[in-house]
Design a protein around this ligand. Structure first.
Ligand code: S3P
Length: 170
């Protein structure tokens, strides 16, 4: 099994931005699970949610994660809901080092700005985002090998912490 670096965490935690920087630092390719979902599904995430609902989206997401299992080692930014599925959580743990990027609901919303591309946040406010984050926190923590706080930190600072943490584990 390849040793990937897998970034998990809530929407707006900076998984893609940080993941690119971590990939550059470690000399590893960067892959984005949401981008794979869009490529596999042939539609945007909003379109998949609209046509197939969240469960349809989750099925494509799980298939995309499985498809990445066989790829050469990479830094992979996962969608925020990837941890909801038991099989995904087991697979993530087998695939490599799982890093949880922690963010508050307030900071996540501030970073995302326009939530129209995130069907689970669109139209809701901080209360909705907080409730969703709270419902997932234990899953992020249980799946992660390493937790890195992003509070008030730049992507570069977070990426450096991730590289250090991953280096300590290999
Ligand atoms: C989701 C997170 C999104 C995307 C989809 C569902 C979630 O990815 O997969 O909108 O359930 O948290 P990001 O975490 O990359 O925004």
């Amino acid at each position: 099994m390849p040793r990937h670096v897998l970034l998990i965490g809530f929407m707006g935690s900076g998984k893609s931005t940080v993941g690119r920087l971590v990939g550059e630092s470690l000399g590893m390719p960067f892959l984005d699970l949401d981008a794979q979902v869009v490529a596999t599904g042939g539609r945007t995430i909003e379109e998949i949610f609209a046509a197939q609902g969240e469960s349809g989206f989750r099925a494509v997401e799980s298939a995309a994660l499985e498809a990445l299992s066989g790829s050469d080692h990479a830094v992979i930014a996962c969608g925020g809901g990837v941890v909801l599925d038991d099989a995904n959580r087991s697979l993530l743990k087998r695939l490599g080092t799982v890093v949880y990027l922690q963010v508050s609901a307030e900071e996540a919303l501030a970073r995302i700005g326009d939530t129209s591309g995130r069907p689970l946040l669109a139209g809701g406010g901080v209360a909705m985002a907080s409730a969703l984050l709270r419902s997932r926190e234990a899953l992020y923590e249980a799946t992660a090998d390493v937790t890195v706080s992003t509070a008030g930190r730049t992507p570069r600072e977070v990426a450096d912490s991730v590289v250090t943490a991953v280096g300590c584990r290999s």
